[in-house]
Design a protein around this ligand. Structure first.
Ligand SMILES: [Ca+2]
Ligand SMILES: [Ca+2]
Length: 443
């Protein structure tokens, strides 16, 4: 049911309610009208990501994190959460941990080649490159792409050493160029004590070599190489590797700069996405203790690739500190398009999507949230603007927003990790659904 409030905006949930309509607080002036959160699945354990295969099957794939393992579940085209997981892998971590199974991306040609990728934190006992469990990119090739349980080959593509258990990024996605992007955190602890995010090469700490931390990586995962170049940091020079460095990567062929790097100066790019209409990259980069930020990279942009951390937290000096608020200008780094402080319960940004789905009033707007306050934010996106404005959606359920996801037709989903639920973000004109287990979407 949807309820009109006195400002003329509409809020509600896409379920049938028996009694009086739910009244929600009005949104800020200018908020989009009639946003509806339609429950899609509940009862999930530590849901961390949701995506589609782009294979015409209508299936959604959801990562669940359990203690010591991560698994992929399927919501079929009829909306049923299938009881048998699609795929399971041992991990370090568990529900609510920053470790675990963290990312999932389907090859654009999955329907024909059966290829998908997952990222996970290696389980205890797995070989370790760094002080703690490695971050791993794995290729799965399904022998039957239409099957609802995975059977096929598994190949490790890239393994990144880690030094602390937090800040593991983990999101992966194919860009419009069909290369795979992987967002990697700064290694962890707090304040990036080893300044990894600004380091473009390998750095030895405690006798172990670390690289590719605090970066957005761009990989050609479709082209295994027989002899890796000297600056392919995730491989041994001259040895075979399961991915190539795209020739147009900024540090391809460079001496003492890792060829995999696309962007750097990131702290923990936990969730980010490509705008399917423009190819622009929008990143939610989790802040340290004071400011959260959204970063923007226009498609085809060749400019500054340094997004500032740990010199800057948002628009503010971090290390070395400073009292001004013009950090990016003074450091020559890229300023965020959105910054917000830790206030009113906000503590950790969760990047979302530029909406390109069927709800007309949401099209072209960027949806994102905060893990701690669970409020959904709707930003007006103007690629010409240096900062974006946004409003808070009123009346959304109490959530811990772990992630957003997008399906093949541009629907955007939001994951309440703490509540084990997935919602689709809808507008008016989208048919209401009755949720089979009686869950009605209310907090
Ligand atoms: Ca880490
Ligand atoms: Ca930044």
């Amino acid at each position: 049911m949807r309820t009109s409030n006195r400002f003329g905006f509409l809020f509600g949930f896409g379920v049938l309610l028996a009694a009086s309509p739910l009244l929600y607080a009005p949104g800020a002036i200018g908020a989009p009208a009639a946003v509806v959160l339609t429950p899609v699945a509940s009862g999930l354990s530590g849901p961390t990501a949701v995506t589609a295969a782009g294979d015409g099957s209508g299936r959604l794939f959801v990562i669940e994190n359990l203690s010591g393992s991560g698994r992929i579940r399927i919501i079929d085209a009829a909306g049923n959460l299938l009881p048998t997981p699609y795929y399971t892998h041992a991990t370090s971590g568990g529900p609510g941990s920053e470790q675990g199974m963290l990312g999932l991306a389907f090859d654009p040609d999955f329907a024909s080649n059966g290829t998908l990728y997952v990222t996970y934190t290696a389980p205890a006992g797995d070989p370790r490159l760094g002080a703690v469990a490695d971050q791993v990119l794995l290729r799965l090739v399904a022998s039957d792409p239409s099957a609802d349980t995975f059977a096929g080959s598994e190949t490790e593509v890239l393994r990144i050493p880690d030094i602390y258990t937090n800040h593991n990024g983990g999101n992966i996605a194919f860009g419009p160029d069909s290369h795979l992007y992987w967002g990697m955190g700064d290694g962890g602890s707090g304040g990036d004590p080893n300044d990894f995010a600004q380091d473009l090469w390998k750095k030895v700490v405690g006798g172990k070599s670390y690289y590719l931390l605090g970066k957005m990586l761009r990989l050609d995962v479709r082209t295994p190489v027989a002899a890796a170049p000297a600056n392919q940091c995730g491989a041994s020079a001259g040895q075979p590797a399961q991915y190539a460095i795209p020739a147009d990567n900024p540090f391809a062929g460079a001496a003492d700069q890792c060829g995999e790097i696309w962007l750097y100066g990131l702290r923990n790019p936990w969730r980010w996405s490509f705008d399917r209409a423009t190819g622009d990259l929008v990143i939610g980069d989790v802040g340290q203790g004071t400011y959260e930020e959204i970063d923007f990279r226009a498609a085809g942009s060749a400019g500054n690739r340094n997004y500032g951390w740990r010199q800057c937290e948002g628009n503010h000096h971090y290390n070395p500190g400073g009292s001004d608020t013009a950090c990016p200008a003074l450091t020559g780094t890229v300023a965020p398009v959105i910054e917000y402080p830790h206030a009113s319960g906000a503590c950790s940004v969760t990047g979302g999507y530029v909406y390109r789905g069927p709800a007309a009033e949401l099209r072209g707007k960027y949806l994102f949230s905060d893990y701690c306050d669970g409020r959904i934010r709707v930003a007006d996106v103007d690629a010409q603007a240096t900062t974006w404005t946004y409003t808070l959606l009123a009346g959304t359920p109490a959530m811990n927003v772990f992630s957003f996801g997008e399906d093949a037709v541009g629907n955007v989903y939001v994951i309440d990790g703490g509540g084990g639920r997935v919602y689709r973000i809808d507008g008016p004109g989208v048919a209401d659904l009755i949720f089979e287990d009686g869950f009605d979407g209310r907090p």
